[in-house]
Design a protein around this ligand. Structure first.
Ligand SMILES: Cc1ncc(COP(=O)(O)O)c(C=O)c1O
Length: 350
């Protein structure tokens, strides 16, 4: 393999959250999946797309994912030429790096946030810089003019759950000379979003996913909203059939059933507030969260031990060995029943 690119040989692969073999036997709170099934309209649309004989699967899908883009456009108030659909938002994050950062050029992101940006940059051979956070969750040492090609801002922050205000995000749009990518994977659980900034700043891209708030992690569906010039560039790079027929049908149906979506989000937000309070009663320090998870610090500094304790009771949460996160656990918000069981288990911790 002497011809393997040096950066690929040297990089370490991204390790996604653990997916146990029999997920039904766990309370699975480790990868921010939605505990509720997708809208019945999604299941119906997939069935209809397959048809009785499966004949439609013989043919390639619409390479422009038009129906899904039109539905997203109606929902978010943008013309479809401002929207690109993706095979999971990971795909469009990857293509943003390929479009904007050549080998040796710099991209940056906030640490802690979504470390997959680093993996994608390493594949491309781009350089990576990170900006840390103060105790008040402000960016540390961010320059007046950031000259790198891309700056990824996960908002709400994952795994911590706090949000940067829209005033801060807009300030960053002005300071970033390249592209500001606002990764809004969790924004449907939050109070504010940055879509208006996309209209005002041609260097702002907002990415969204249907994995969390629409319960479709298994379908791999995401999208980006940006000025049409950016979308044209991203369109050149993506696989021309990046969304299969079933994914397109699912996306259109999911985005079209806002009543179901709103009810799921309402339940998760309510459970999040309940769970956060219960943890506080048990002496945990909880960062107020705008996502479908909370980052919380147990009393007595034994996060890893509690991870193991819950694991033994078939409750799976996320522990990060990264020194800036190792004092806490990230716990996805499941159903009320799952969270009650989790609290009951935590009450038994001595
Ligand atoms: C911050 C953030 N961005 C993007 C993604 C990727 O989402 P998708 O499933 O759409 O690829 C995730 C998934 O966990 C995430 O946490």
């Amino acid at each position: 393999m002497t011809s393997l690119r040096k950066n690929i040989a040297e990089m370490t692969a991204y390790v996604p959250g653990y997916q146990p073999e029999e997920p039904e036997s766990w309370i699975k709170l480790n990868t921010n999946e939605n505990p509720y099934p997708p809208s019945p309209a999604v299941v119906e649309a997939i069935r209809e797309e397959i048809g009785r004989s499966g004949d439609s699967l013989r043919k390639y899908p619409d390479s422009a994912s038009r129906s899904a883009r039109e539905e997203a456009g109606l929902l978010y108030g943008f013309d479809p030429q401002w929207i690109i659909m993706a095979n999971g938002s990971d795909e469009v994050l990857n293509n943003l790096i390929r479009a904007f950062a050549a080998e040796g050029e710099e991209i940056a992101y906030v640490h802690p946030s979504y470390s997959y940006y680093r993996t994608l940059a390493e594949i491309q051979g781009a350089r990576v810089r990170t900006f840390g956070l103060t105790d008040k969750h402000e960016l540390k040492d961010f320059p007046e003019r950031y000259e790198g090609k891309l700056f990824f801002l996960t908002n709400p922050n994952a795994p911590l759950g706090f949000v940067f205000s829209q005033a801060v995000v807009e300030g960053l749009a002005e300071r970033v000379q390249g592209m500001l990518v606002v990764d809004e994977a969790y924004v449907d659980f939050a109070d504010e979003h940055s879509l208006e900034l996309v209209r005002r700043h041609d260097n702002v891209v907002v990415t969204r996913t249907l994995s969390k708030s629409y319960s479709l992690a298994g379908m791999r569906l995401g999208l980006a909203i940006a000025h049409p010039g950016v979308i044209v560039a991203l369109d050149k790079i993506r696989d021309h059939y990046n969304l299969d027929r079933l994914a397109q049908a699912a996306a259109t149906a999911a985005l079209g059933d806002q009543e179901y979506f709103r009810e799921c989000v309402r339940k998760i937000r309510k459970t999040r507030e309940w769970f956060s309070l219960e943890l506080q009663f048990l002496g945990w320090e909880v960062i107020p969260s705008q996502g479908n998870y909370v980052f919380a610090v147990p009393p007595g500094g034994k996060a890893e031990w509690i991870y193991e304790f819950l694991y033994e009771r078939k409750i799976l949460v996320r522990y990060f060995s990264d020194p800036v996160l190792a004092h806490g656990l990230r716990i996805t918000i499941g159903t009320m029943e799952e969270m009650e069981k989790t609290i009951a288990a935590l009450k038994a911790v001595r």
